[in-house]
Design a protein around this ligand. Structure first.
Ligand SMILES: O=P(O)(O)OC[C@H]1O[C@](O)(CO)[C@@H](O)[C@@H]1O
Length: 425
């Protein structure tokens, strides 16, 4: 379902002793014995999903769509990127949905954004889904403070029925608040971290509310869960991707540029950056994840990628089939000199561009990985996201790193809190 290509000699990597290491990682992973194994709930999550759970989410999503024109999803990092990635990938470029919109807040701290958001929703019916596993993250908590007051001022007692809280089942300030106010509650499983949570209520509730088929999304993830379980260093794309990027990392390629020709995938790239960046960037190790959308960025970062410092590897996320396309037509006077393209579709153009860019960058010293997904729909996105999560675990374990914690994010938080004189800092 996912097909991974590599510009170098893959067989070579594997015979250089990587196979035994990968087997060890694989066995520990599925025996749930590796570093951070308390957070491996996502590994077989879709196998354990009950129809009841999915129906409960569907019912809540239908209720939200009935009571509101706008759902504001409040969250940051893994608590918003999965939903944002799927919704952006599936919704149309324009005329998103005039009857029902999903908007996001709490993923930055901008007074102007929140003010304009509150103005924008003034003549619309509103529901909130506030998502925080810890229930204590400052940015969403701040946004929720404003939006909760907005809801209470506007809806009075009815506000509680329009507020949906997704948080830990047992702890956190958000849970206490949700219980006190009687908000609708959904759970972030304790053994699944934010960046691995897209198939839990964290991702599924907003995605269902946006009108997309969560069953197909989960089916895709479930197919990946089953198919990518086999220990096959050559044919399992999750192992292959991890092995190739690790080999390149060891050769000094310490930055990975994830490139796509599909602009709708730009938030999948953001999700991927958090996934790999937070999972691997520890102990002064890890590949730094960067993203570009082509051909747009060929006219900005393309120069650097072709010719700048040689520590880059490039992975292309390619969608093989498109639903909608345009074919270049023959113009009478060929004033723009594009008649040589007559009969070529814009998708064909991008596929050729992929080949050309890949050849050029390779000759400039940038190694290439190709990740092919068949098409952009719920099923294939579910498959892709699971593939990346699994591959990321292999990749971090190859660096001897716990993929599931993020100790480094505490330092800047402590510094900010100290400057703001938060009690206890
Ligand atoms: O869901 P929470 O606990 O609000 O955390 C949001 C994000 O913040 C982080 O903890 C980093 O600060 C991420 O790992 C996480 O996805």
């Amino acid at each position: 379902m996912i097909h991974v290509t590599y510009s170098g000699d893959y067989a070579d990597i594997i015979t250089q002793g990587k196979e035994a290491e990968l087997r060890h990682i694989h066995e520990n992973l599925y025996a749930k014995k590796g570093q951070g194994s308390d957070f491996l709930g996502w590994l077989d999550w879709t196998s354990g999903l009950s129809e009841d759970f999915l129906n409960q989410l569907k019912t809540a999503a239908e209720r939200i769509r009935k009571q509101a024109d706008v759902l504001i999803v409040i969250g940051i990092g893994g608590s918003y990127l999965g939903a944002k990635a799927v919704i952006e990938a599936l919704q149309p470029h324009f005329e998103k949905n005039p009857e029902f919109e999903v908007l996001f807040a709490g993923h930055q701290v901008s007074g102007s954004y929140l003010k304009q958001l509150m103005n924008y929703i003034e003549d619309k019916e509103v529901a909130l889904n506030v998502i925080s596993k810890s229930g204590t993250t400052t940015e969403p908590a701040l946004a929720f403070r404003f939006l909760q007051k907005y809801m209470e001022d506007r809806y009075g007692n009815e506000a509680a029925s329009r507020i949906y809280v997704t948080t830990d089942a047992e702890k956190g300030a958000l849970l206490s608040l949700a219980k006190e106010k009687g908000y609708n509650r959904f759970v972030v499983p304790s053994d699944i971290g934010g960046r691995y949570s897209v198939f839990t209520s964290v991702g599924l509730l907003p995605i269902a509310a946006a009108g997309f088929d969560t069953e197909q999304l989960v089916n895709g993830a479930h197919a990946a869960e089953k198919e990518l379980q086999a220990f096959d260093v050559h044919d399992n794309p999750a192992i292959r991707y991890a092995a190739v990027r690790h080999d390149l990392y060891e050769k000094g390629y310490t930055n990975e540029v994830l490139a796509t020709f599909e602009p709708k995938l730009s938030f999948v790239q953001e999700w991927w950056k958090q996934l790999f960046g937070e999972s691997e960037g520890k102990d002064h190790k890890g590949i730094f994840p960067i993203s570009v959308v082509y051909t747009t960025d060929l006219h900005s970062l393309g120069q650097y990628i072709q010719d700048g410092k040689r520590n880059l590897l490039e992975s292309f996320l390619v969608v093989d089939e498109v639903d909608e396309d345009l074919t270049v037509f023959e113009a009478e006077n060929d004033a723009d000199q594009l008649n040589y393209l007559a009969g070529t579709s814009l998708h064909d153009f991008n596929l050729v561009a992929y080949k050309g860019v890949s050849e050029a960058h390779l000759s400039g010293g940038v190694s290439q990985i190709g990740i092919h997904m068949k098409k952009l729909d719920e099923y294939h996105l579910g498959y892709l996201l699971y593939f990346y999560m699994l591959s990321c675990a292999y990749s971090a374990y190859l660096l001897d790193i716990n993929p599931f914690n993020q100790p480094g994010v505490e330092d800047y938080k402590t510094a900010i809190f100290r400057l703001l004189k938060k009690p206890g800092y």
